[in-house]
Ligand binder design. Structure first.
Ligand SMILES: Cc1cc2nc3c(=O)[nH]c(=O)nc-3n(C[C@H](O)[C@H](O)[C@H](O)COP(=O)(O)OP(=O)(O)OC[C@H]3O[C@@H](n4cnc5c(N)ncnc54)[C@H](O)[C@@H]3O)c2cc1C
Length: 564
């Protein structure tokens, strides 16, 4: 049976849960739709911390935080959005703390703050190295508290597939019930997309299996533009060979990066910031070392030994466990093999500073969205903060929209159309298995759209994506069942990944400069503000994505050359 709510939030990570809590507190009837149980959302994997200028470990201010973020973004971040983030972050942190987040503390009993890359002051608040785990459980508690007291419903393990657009507005979502099977129409006067990132488009990634860009693809096919899709952040310290993340907090606590000769090579690339240069700089430096043969089995080494056992055990216990389990290395005694891996996507569904997209009734927040506070390169610790601050703002705006535009009606056509599409996919008996296409997409994106980019390789990647899309038309889902049919949902996810990958490579090829995470070392090694100080906007048309550009919003800071 259909359901009707004021606000439907798709996604139950930090952004989705924060949006849902705020919409509820603004008196809306709220539903949360998530393909995972909320506490299994990928936010729970976040390790190092969350940024707010509290000034507990050194002089700091929201203005300093904003400047670091603008500079880190290579001047592509929208400065008004960044100023909102940094001004509202401290209040959001104290609210989380009052809700029960057990943040680590300093000797004075204040919230402890650690240094993170490209930050002018130690401003990363943390819970040892399990910050995301703590945040997600506190937000879930707040969600459950509201479920007990009013109209808050969680559609757990529902796979959102299509946005419903009628009379020029977004009025709900069609979702597949993973536990029982069957499509369900969940109507909402406002919908918030908080579906997270897309790291799984790459073979080596820190992202969980659920991070496939579903929300971005849903927005695209509803006619909503995506922004800055070419900017994929490679994190410098992912474990070899699994791609599991070793947090930047290891370098924040004083860890070194060394090459096969034992040299602290960052001194050559970023003499001042060293290992705490921004992630794009460190990833490029590592890749250069590896390509120059100063590697150890395709990796460089993260050395924590000099920190001593006590610091590693109290500040970085999770990283030690990960290194021991996934690389067989105990960092108290041996350096950890690491290399850059696809980690965070700066682009996403284009929104204003309240999470509103250009489609009335549709909002977006978190990694699925592009407000944009990260521009061409995100600073570590800013993403969790964005999920909270802009999740809250999107939830508030969605509730206000829903309460002033109540009860839109929805025709039977969208559900009937989705049912026909599903039936034809499930009735296909012969064809290629989706996983093969997924594997080829992941490997080729890593090869042709990685840390360094070259025109010829990007053109090849566009051809590869076209070929994979043709093959995708004939994929076969072997599991025809209703209950937990992951064969079906993975086939649908693959379609999203192929659409979104196309927008990424198209925007990358057109950006003839090097900025932030988009580096074209041989053809266009410099940033070109005259031609490319602008956002890429990708919109879906009958022939695929179409690219246009939009100005960056600047308030205070003029672009300067970045030095570290
Ligand atoms: C290993 C790791 C460590 C990190 N550490 C830090 C850190 O220390 N500090 C920091 O600032 N940032 C960190 N980041 C980045 C940050 O954690 C993420 O950007 C952020 O948590 C994303 O939150 P989100 O709510 O947008 O998405 P997610 O937490 O990924 O949640 C997405 C939600 O959408 C749901 N969903 C997706 N598709 C569908 C669909 N089709 N139907 C229904 N539901 C769907 C999922 O079930 C999930 O509930 C880290 C990232 C990684 C990968």
């Amino acid at each position: 049976m259909d359901a009707q709510h004021d606000v439907v939030v798709i996604g139950a990570g930090c952004a989705g849960m924060r949006a849902a809590i705020e919409a509820f507190d603004a008196d809306a009837d709220v539903a949360v739709v998530s393909k995972l149980h909320p506490t299994r959302s990928h936010s729970g994997a976040a390790e190092g911390g969350i940024n707010a200028a509290l000034g507990n470990a050194g002089e700091d201010s929201p203005e300093q935080h904003a400047f670091d973020t603008v500079k880190g973004s290579d001047y592509l971040g929208d400065q008004d959005a960044i100023e909102i983030l940094t001004a509202e972050a401290p209040g959001d942190i104290y609210q989380l703390e009052h809700w029960g987040c057990v943040f680590s503390r300093n000797e004075e009993g204040k919230l402890a703050q650690r240094p993170f890359g490209a930050a002018g002051s130690p401003r990363t608040v943390f819970s040892a190295d399990i910050t995301g785990h703590v945040l997600i459980h506190v937000l879930y508690e707040q969600l459950m508290k509201r479920m007990a007291h009013g109209p808050m419903h969680v559609y757990e393990e529902y796979f959102a597939w299509k946005l419903v657009v009628e009379d020029g507005g977004c009025v709900g979502v069609i979702a597949w019930d993973l536990v029982n099977g069957g499509l369900k129409l969940i109507k909402g006067s406002a919908v918030v997309l908080a579906t997270g990132g897309l790291g799984r488009i790459y073979r080596v990634t820190t992202n969980a299996y659920a991070c496939n860009g579903d929300g971005m693809a849903m927005a695209l096919s509803a006619g909503v533009p995506l922004k800055d899709m070419e900017f994929m952040q490679f994190h410098p310290t992912t474990l070899y060979p699994s791609g599991v993340l070793i947090t930047e907090a290891c370098r924040g606590e004083g860890g070194y990066l060394i090459n096969r000769d034992g040299e602290r090579f960052m001194a050559r690339y970023a003499p001042n910031a060293l290992e705490l240069a921004s992630r794009d700089v460190v990833s490029r430096s590592e890749t250069t070392e590896i390509e120059a043969g100063r590697d150890v089995n395709g990796s460089v080494l993260l050395d924590l030994r000099h920190l001593g056992a006590e610091k590693i055990l109290t500040r970085l216990p999770g990283s030690r466990e990960l290194a021991t389990t996934f690389a067989g290395v105990d960092p108290i005694y041996d350096p950890i093999p690491v290399r850059p891996g696809a980690h965070y996507h700066m682009g996403g569904v284009e929104t204003d500073n309240w999470g509103a997209t250009e489609l009335p009734g549709l909002y977006a927040a978190g990694e699925a969205a592009c407000v944009s506070v990260h521009g061409a390169n995100r600073l570590g610790g800013n993403s969790l903060m964005e999920t909270i601050t802009f999740g809250r703002r999107a939830g508030r705006a969605a509730a206000e929209h829903a309460l002033s535009n109540p009860g839109s009606s929805v025709s039977a056509a969208p559900l009937a159309g989705a049912q026909r599409e599903l039936t034809s996919l499930l009735e296909r008996r012969d064809g290629e298995r989706p996983w093969k296409i997924r594997d080829e997409l992941g490997a080729s994106m890593l090869e042709n759209f990685g840390v360094f980019r070259y025109g010829e390789r990007m053109e090849r990647q566009l051809e590869i994506i076209t070929g994979l899309r043709d093959r995708y038309e004939h994929v076969v889902v072997e599991d025809k069942g209703e209950v937990f049919n992951t064969d079906l949902t993975q086939a649908i996810e693959l379609g999203s990944m192929l659409d979104v990958a196309w927008t990424m490579v198209q925007a990358g090829l057109a950006r003839e400069e090097s900025r932030g995470s988009h580096s074209r070392p041989t053809e266009f090694p410099e940033r070109n503000d005259e031609s490319f100080l602008k956002h890429s906007i990708s919109r879906w048309t009958a022939t695929g994505p179409e690219l246009s550009y939009k100005d960056v919003r600047m308030t205070t800071w003029k672009p300067e050359v970045r030095t570290y």
